[in-house]
Design a protein around this ligand. Structure first.
Ligand code: SF4
Length: 484
């Protein structure tokens, strides 16, 4: 069994999901459920750290949450009223057990567990400095940089050490930490990555998305604000604003694709935002066709919006198999082209003889789009028009999302007309940047001060890419190799 590439879904991938509970007798079990609801944000590995008032307990595993935490005996080995957990999809750091979070360190003043969603853009620089000063890194993740900075800080409390550490890092991050005294949640000063606060039976919850609150029946209290540090302890929730304020730049791709459609981010329903993007697309790029068909699952809400606005029937002309998993026996060369059918299959009864508008959320390399279009034509469609519910993805993300190199992004190297020819469609159109912002409830994108991070469409990176600027793009951070 090997990890495949032929069946790659050709999407950008969110790197991580985080979750935490403070003050509940079922803290670890609730954390496992929350991580399960956040599985879409990372499927490579998962971990939980709990605290029973005296000792920290941890369990981690490679693979899905259900495989690692499905056994009651495992949860029973994670006692305590507080717990934090993490789902990982790695880009920073190799896929191995020593990189699975939450990471843990013993400080003079007590234990410190940390889970991180995002990416630090000066981590390599800081890591080199710390290694020079004698720090011994155990993992190859950028998250460990925060732990070493906190460990070497002279601030008196763990919370202050963490803040001291965060003042030295650049990047996009949402963090959940657990100490002897408190659970701490933090968002970077621009609030690029999401984090919400919830409440359940007197307990406080932190989660990457509100769908993880729903699964445990917790109430959404509010988003953690950009640059906010919440310290949740026996004294309640204390909100700190220790960083220089910066204009908020939430990741717009969370609304387009990453977040679950049943989540609510920055006061907006993700599902409704996607439907509105589809309606904008129908106004901007109308099409004469018989049916609107989504590329499931991510294209569904935008296709519903497109179909309703255009007055064209919506049909589920492609079915997605949800049980593909991330590993599969790699097929022989001569049947490799069938790989896409592991995940998607066209419904001939619906597509045959029809002019089809295919709606998808984005085009990354274009490989899957090409195969899906071939499949739809083979099922008898007479015309295929593609409509994309995001602007062309022309730049890589350095803020915690797995993106191919720029050279591999189809839109970075081809005009829309060329892309239409490569993918094999009669017409191709993307929602405009202003259309996207209108769907988010803004009048247009403000060029001087964009309201979201949209760097993968514009190249306008709101947080400095310090390691990149220093020419440090090396992937190898350690000479040590662990056999997974
Ligand atoms: S570059 Fe794109 S994917 Fe990355 S944070 Fe910004 S909007 Fe999100």
């Amino acid at each position: 069994m090997i990890t495949t590439n032929p069946f790659d879904d050709d999407k950008l991938h969110e790197e991580c999901g985080i979750f935490g509970v403070y003050g509940h007798s079922d803290a670890a079990a609730l954390t496992a459920l929350g991580l399960h609801a956040l599985q879409h944000r990372g499927q490579e590995a998962t971990g939980i750290v709990s605290f029973d008032g005296k000792t920290f307990h941890t369990h981690k595993g490679i693979g899905l949450v259900g495989d690692t935490f499905g056994d009651r005996a495992v949860i029973e080995r994670l006692p305590g009223l507080s717990a934090i957990g993490h789902n990982r999809y790695s880009t920073q750091g190799e896929p191995m057990m020593r990189n699975v979070q939450p990471l843990f360190a013993d400080f003079e003043s007590g234990g410190f567990a940390l889970g991180h969603n995002g990416n630090l853009t000066n981590a390599r620089h800081l890591r080199r400095e710390l290694v020079r000063r004698g720090c011994l890194f155990q993992s190859t993740t950028d998250t460990e940089v925060i732990i070493h900075l906190a460990a070497t800080s002279t601030a008196p409390t763990v919370t202050e050490r963490m803040i001291d550490a965060l003042r030295q890092v650049e990047g996009a991050y949402a963090l959940v930490a657990l100490t002897n005294e408190a659970m701490i949640g933090v968002r970077d000063a621009m609030g690029v990555r999401p984090l919400v606060l919830g409440h359940l039976d007197g307990a406080w919850i932190l989660a990457s998305e509100s769908c993880a609150l729903d699964i445990i029946n917790a109430k959404l209290v509010r988003d953690i604000e950009p640059g906010e540090v919440v310290v949740i302890s026996a004294d309640g929730v204390q909100s700190l604003k220790p960083f220089l304020p910066r204009a908020s730049r939430f990741c717009i791709f969370e609304h387009i694709y990453f977040a679950r459609p049943d989540s609510n981010l920055s006061g907006q329903s993700v599902y409704e935002a996607r439907r509105r993007i589809g309606a904008e697309l129908a106004r901007e790029a109308p099409c004469t066709a018989d049916i609107v068909v989504p590329v499931p699952d991510s294209g569904v809400p935008a296709a519903i919006g497109y179909a309703a606005e255009a007055g064209i029937p919506f049909e589920l002309g492609i079915t997605r198999n949800h049980y593909v998993g991330r590993t599969f026996i790699e097929p022989a060369e001569h049947i490799r082209h069938l790989g896409v059918r592991l995940k998607h299959n066209a419904n001939r009864l619906i597509l045959s003889g029809k002019r089809v508008v295919l709606v998808d959320d984005s085009i990354v390399r274009g490989t899957t789009s090409t195969k899906i279009v071939e499949m739809v034509r083979a099922a008898g469609a007479t015309e295929v028009h593609m409509r994309i519910a995001s602007p062309p993805t022309t730049h890589s993300c350095f803020y915690g999302v797995d993106t191919p190199e720029r050279s591999a992004l189809l839109a970075a190297n081809h005009s829309v007309e060329d892309m239409a020819r490569i993918i094999g469609v009669e017409s191709l159109a993307f929602v405009s940047m202003d259309g996207l912002y209108r769907a988010m409830g803004r009048t247009a994108r403000s060029a001087n001060q964009p309201q979201f991070c949209d760097a993968c469409f514009t190249g306008d990176y709101p947080i400095p890419l310090l390691d990149q600027e220093e020419g440090d793009t090396a992937r190898q951070l350690s000479l040590f190799r662990q056999i997974a």
